[in-house]
Write a protein that binds this ligand. Structure first.
Ligand code: ADP
Length: 259
């Protein structure tokens, strides 16, 4: 009965979300159409504002494209293109983006415990996942605090984290000094559409998407959180032990596992 209730609640959430997306998408289209309409008028009268209106329209279109990209990634119709990715290097390459995303009042620290932490994943999905975790951390810190991203190697025994097979993993941990989560929230964070954020701010797709990606990549994810003090999200991905690049490119795609 409990499971059934959950299922019903989930269907309700899907309905709400679909409505929410249609609403957001419509707003973005309104911006595009409004901008183009104004630009058209200004072209007629030779006014100087046409350029600005076109830029507004383009911004609206870009937002709409980003929304559909997120939905596509969530429904996993985007193919995964795994390749060897050195985690520390990837994170170092994101530092400008992270600084800009987190703003001036949040310190971003990256720590790389050694080097050579190579994983076999889709690079864009890993970047997206880390950016998503950083945005969640930012939201939890309300403008003040420290985000620490650490890369390290870790050998796990079977089922040490979730249902992981024994082996060598790369651990990427994303830790914030934010509000933390209550046990009730922690219990539900990986559910699609579960969010505590106001409408328009949260979709509740971030962590469930990351969960799907990590599982599909043969990894596991764990969260440690203390209400009022902060959260660490630990992403474990199987370590890729370097074979020649050419061989790596020809290696078959891992079979996607249902989450
Ligand atoms: P969204 O961010 O759109 O709400 P997520 O799936 O990424 O969707 O997160 C679900 C919920 O988990 C958030 O609404 C928030 O309550 C909680 N959460 C996620 N990350 C953190 C964090 N770093 N600190 C505190 N709470 C978090």
């Amino acid at each position: 009965a409990e499971a059934k209730l959950r299922q019903v609640q989930k269907m309700e959430a899907v309905g709400q979300l679909t409505g929410g997306i249609a609403h957001d998408f419509n707003n973005m289209l309104a911006v595009v159409l409004g901008g183009l309409e104004l630009a058209k008028r200004h072209l007629h009268t030779g006014g100087p504002d046409a350029q600005q209106h076109i830029e507004n329209a383009m911004e609206g279109a870009n937002r709409a494209a980003a929304l559909t990209r997120r939905l596509l990634a969530f429904s996993r119709s985007e193919p995964l293109l795994p390749e060897p990715v050195e985690a520390g290097g990837l994170i170092a390459g994101m530092s400008d983006l992270l600084d800009r995303t987190l703003g001036d009042t949040i310190a971003v620290k990256t720590r790389d415990a050694g080097t050579g932490w190579t994983v076999w994943v889709d690079r864009h999905q890993l970047e997206n996942a880390l950016l998503n975790l950083a945005v969640n951390a930012r939201d939890a810190m309300e403008g003040r605090g420290t985000l620490t991203i650490t890369t390290d190697g870790k050998t796990l025994v079977e089922n040490e984290i979730g249902e992981c097979p024994a082996g060598d993993y790369v651990l990427i941990s994303v830790a914030d000094t934010g509000c933390g989560m209550t046990p009730e929230v922690l219990d539900r964070v990986f559910e699609p559409f579960f969010t505590t954020k106001p409408v328009g701010k949260g979709t509740g797709l971030g962590l469930s998407q990351i969960f799907g990606f990590v599982r599909q990549s043969g990894g596991e994810i764990a969260i440690q959180t203390v209400p009022g003090s902060g959260t660490s999200v630990m992403v474990y991905l199987p370590r890729h032990l370097g074979e020649p690049a050419a061989a790596a490119v020809e290696a078959p795609m891992p079979v996607p596992q249902p989450a």
